[in-house]
Design a protein around this ligand. Structure first.
Ligand code: NI
Length: 137
């Protein structure tokens, strides 16, 4: 790894024990990689809070028999087509569909889009997973 700096961390023994137990459960091979991920996670969350360009996935589950609902969902997606990178539709059973919409853009705009889709009458569940474009990590 280029430009890697080693530094020491002081912390209470019980915290270290708990941390070691946690990273073992999460399958980390060493503390450094676990700490790197914690730092990256904090930096990514800061990107979301500051309204930076991020990537994300919006998942919605709905009953496709409600025809008007599908029209509304498609209309909303067309309004935000500049942010939508791709979408995938899966038929879960005879009634239920899962749609995953991959988005890229300002985090606050992505949240508005996710809220609009979730709020459509008939959408049974919606979730937003935000991540990073990875450029600054
Ligand atoms: Ni379907």
């Amino acid at each position: 790894m280029a430009g890697v700096i080693r530094f020491g961390i002081s912390l209470e023994e019980h915290l270290l024990k708990d941390f070691d137990r946690l990273i073992k459960e999460k399958k980390y091979s060493n503390r450094s990689e676990a700490i790197r991920d914690l730092i990256r996670d904090s930096l990514v969350k800061e990107e979301w809070k500051k309204g930076k360009e991020v990537a994300g996935a919006i998942s919605i589950v709905y009953d496709h028999h409600k025809r008007e609902l599908m029209d509304v969902i498609v209309d909303i997606q067309h309004d935000y087509q500049d942010m939508i990178v791709a979408s995938q539709h899966a038929h879960l059973d005879h009634h239920n569909c899962l749609e995953v919409i991959i988005v890229k853009g300002k985090s606050d705009k992505i949240k508005v889009l996710a809220d609009k889709l979730r709020a459509v009458k008939g959408v049974k569940h919606g979730s937003l997973t935000l991540t990073t474009l990875g450029k600054e990590l």
